[in-house]
Design a protein around this ligand. Structure first.
Ligand code: GLY
Ligand code: MN
Ligand code: MN
Length: 440
């Protein structure tokens, strides 16, 4: 029996959030439902910040925080509706969310009056609004219209429009440092994902199609309890690996090709993000080994460097330094390392960053710089990052023709600890010998 994960303390998150938005009102509409055709919808996933603060997954809902109120956390949700529940399943309704989701007060979201009145009332006492502008035009209009209405209520006080802050400024910081319960979920997502990558190494053979491997990954994810993909799986054979966000996944695997897989399972709203490359015929060619070893060297060295006090920029610079040395050794680049770096000579072969924050979103929230936007922020215990250098010789590539068509990326998920880091994705092998022994 696996150990149960520590529960997430959503009430504590709300308390922390409220303590950081002094004299303010915050509004979080749920993610919109998106119609695909007629009465069929695209898969629904709750808005990340909405879920982070509430754990509530129903659409047509709104969270209203009022740091001045005796009912600081109000929810506006779909009312109970027997017919809708017959088609779509349980609706908690206002009474249900007071009981099960910690709402201090709850009302129907179907009659707009309830939210509109509560928001205007809260505004009259508030100094600022926290709301993400630019995500949903209907909501933007509604919020602005209600703010204008509230201003009229204040009469000739001379008070100006409320400043609007992006709540992600606060939530991004909260989400960036993972609690134990969050790190456990990320590790669980990483384990599920690593297992599916290993299985892909075992089953992929020349003649199969990329989508067959994609299907096996999905089967592995869902079969282990993942809710969904963290992002569209990239299953890219041969030169498709040089298309950084390749998603067609419809090519047949050819003898001697490499298969690049960048795929991650989302488990309880936390996602993994793993990339592995392996030879579909079982063995790397000499040229594939050249490039793979270069990327692996940079990747492992960056993992070693991922400790408190370093920054993502440090890691990126370090990856570039190693990759440039390796490209020189492989006679792809020539010249002085410093000027090759300064002139970005590596860019055609390494056109992306070395990693990003990872969490509830694959490219997770949180600043990469200090408040001045000048100093790169230092890694701290509790952050989770990806480390994913690569080298690509795609369309129009220069350098020795023997490397053309090769694309390699190696990506691990790494939890920063007080003394260094813990790689969460060790379940997916990355050494050449280990990979070859799985692929045969
Ligand atoms: N899978 C997206 C990324 O690696 O950033
Ligand atoms: Mn990534
Ligand atoms: Mn990735």
């Amino acid at each position: 029996m696996k150990k149960p994960l520590h529960p997430i303390d959503f009430a504590h998150r709300r308390k922390t959030f409220l303590s950081k938005i002094k004299n303010a009102v915050a509004v979080f509409p749920s993610a919109p439902e998106v119609i695909r055709n007629n009465d069929v919808h695209h898969e629904y996933r709750q808005d990340t910040n909405f879920y982070y603060l509430s754990s509530f997954e129903e659409p047509n809902s709104v969270l209203l925080f009022d740091s001045n109120s005796t009912t600081p956390f109000q929810m506006f949700v779909q009312p109970k509706d027997k017919l809708k529940e017959l088609w779509e399943g349980k609706i908690f309704g206002p009474e249900g969310v007071k009981k099960d989701f910690g709402a201090n007060a709850a009302f129907s979201s179907i009659d707009p009056m309830f939210f509109d009145e509560a928001f205007v009332k809260a505004l009259l006492e508030a100094d600022a609004v926290y709301y993400r502008v630019g995500i949903n035009a209907d909501w933007d209009r509604r919020i602005f219209m209600l703010m204008k209405k509230a201003l009229r209520h204040l009469g000739r006080t001379g008070r100006g429009f409320w400043p609007i802050h992006d709540p992600l400024e606060v939530l991004g910081e909260m989400r960036l440092i993972k609690t134990k319960a969050e790190a456990e979920r990320l590790e669980h997502a990483a384990n599920i994902t690593a297992e599916a990558h290993v299985n892909a190494m075992r089953i992929a053979k020349p003649g199969m199609y990329e989508y067959e491997v994609e299907a096996a990954l999905y089967h592995g994810f869902r079969g282990q309890g993942a809710s969904r993909l963290g992002y569209g799986s990239i299953v890219a054979a041969g030169s498709n690996a040089c298309v950084l966000h390749y998603v067609a996944n419809n090519k047949q695997l050819q003898d001697k090709e490499l298969l690049l897989i960048d795929a991650g399972a989302e488990y309880q709203y936390y996602t993994a993000d793993i990339t592995r490359c392996f030879p579909v015929s079982g063995q790397f060619t000499v040229e594939q080994k050249d490039i793979y070893s270069a990327v692996l060297k940079a990747q492992k060295s960056c993992v070693k460097m991922a400790t408190p006090g370093k920054s993502m920029k440090d890691l990126h610079h370090h990856a570039i330094e190693i990759l440039v040395e390796e490209l020189k050794r492989l006679k792809v680049l020539k010249g002085a390392t410093a000027s090759l770096i300064k002139n970005k000579a590596f860019f055609p072969y390494y056109p992306h960053g070395t990693g990003h924050w990872l969490g509830m979103d694959v490219h997770d929230a949180g600043h990469y710089f200090s408040e001045s936007y000048e100093t790169p922020r230092k890694l701290e215990a509790g952050m989770v990052i990806t480390i994913e250098p690569g080298l690509y010789f795609g369309a129009g590539a220069k350098g020795p023709s023997k490397y053309h068509g090769i694309g390699i990326r190696i990506e691990d998920d790494v939890l920063i600890t007080t003394s260094g880091c813990k790689v969460l994705t060790t379940g997916a092998p990355k050494e050449i010998e280990e990979i070859e022994s799985l692929c045969t």
